[in-house]
Design a protein around this ligand. Structure first.
Ligand SMILES: [Zn+2]
Length: 313
């Protein structure tokens, strides 16, 4: 992926203009004909020396990084959408075969995000080196040298090696699982075929095997305004965790994450609304009610169910 930057971020560049001009010079003498509306191309960018003295250098890298981060945000929306789709498919029919296609798309999105993370790390590294005074006669190739080997290494891994420890994949699988099972979701390795490099990982612990309860660990009831800590990944009902942090503050002590065994210290700024978790909690509650109704229909006794509205949830 070439580093691209729009012309207005480069002080020495002339005004942007559509280059329909027949003149076409490959020089780097500020010729505006080189600056196309879209910004610099890989070719025009490649030969320009980037130094700490060049005030455009750091913003340029930062802009590129911001663009990559934007793409990551979109990929994450895609991951969420794929999960929703898989849930809907499983809900329509158990083990619906097209879930495999959705899974393939999910993997692809995880890969893309991983590759972008590698690119972002490479840019951070370049920025650090630039700050340290290093010059880059050809920043594009320095960028490639940093990123490409890591990308190649990642892409060579087996599925199992790539996704076995992905919390998102574990969530994807458990979200599908719980539609038609009341037991805990098996470890994700069940769905990840072993590759040639995965011979000896049998003893490793992989993610999964837990039942998602959708209950707030503080209130022990189903989430309300589900809120997730970005420090430790634990989730709570919003009001409950906020109260906990407030009362800790009043007593002048730090607020430890209330999940047993978690050592994270939580601030309000670490907590983020998690509407997708809330949605799943609501769907879970709906399925539970449906199961209950089916059980009751199976009974011979005629029960007048008067507590449907004020159930446990
Ligand atoms: Zn925690």
């Amino acid at each position: 992926m070439p580093i691209r930057v729009s012309s207005d971020e480069l002080p020495e560049a002339g005004p942007s203009r559509n280059s329909n001009s027949p003149r076409s010079s490959p020089g780097l003498d500020g010729d505006d004909d080189l600056i196309e509306e879209e910004g610099w191309t890989k070719e025009t960018f490649e030969n320009r020396s980037i130094t700490k003295q060049n005030p455009a250098a750091t913003p340029l890298l930062r802009t590129t990084m911001d663009k990559l981060k934007e793409v990551i945000t979109r990929i994450e929306e895609g991951l969420e959408l794929a999960k929703e789709t898989a849930i809907a498919l499983e809900d329509s029919k158990q083990d619906e075969p097209s879930i495999d296609d959705v899974e393939a798309a999910f993997f692809k999105a995880l890969d893309q995000r991983q590759l972008l993370d590698i690119r972002i790390e490479a840019l951070k590294e370049l920025m650090a080196q630039l700050q340290a005074g290093q010059d880059f006669p050809n920043i594009e190739s320095s960028y490639e040298e940093l990123a490409t080997p890591k990308e190649t290494e990642y892409l060579a891994k087996s599925k199992r090696a790539k996704y076995k420890n992905s919390t998102e994949y574990a969530e994807f699988r458990s979200a599908i699982w719980e539609i038609n099972h009341t037991t805990a979701c098996p470890p994700v390795s069940q769905w990840l075929e072993k590759g040639p490099d995965d011979e000896s990982d049998d003893d490793e612990i992989d993610i999964g095997g837990t039942t998602q309860t959708y209950r707030c660990p503080i209130t022990l009831t189903l989430y309300q305004d589900a809120t997730t800590s970005n420090k430790c990944g634990h989730s709570f009902s919003r009001a409950a965790i906020m109260d906990l942090i407030d009362s800790a503050k009043k007593q002048r002590r730090v607020s430890k994450c209330p999940v047993t065994g978690c050592a994270a210290v939580l601030e309000k700024s670490d907590l983020k609304a998690n509407p997708s978790l809330q949605k799943r909690a609501d769907e879970f509650a709906r399925r539970e009610r449906r199961r209950e109704d089916e059980r009751e229909e199976g009974d011979d006794t005629i029960a007048i169910d008067d507590d449907e509205e004020d159930g446990d949830y």
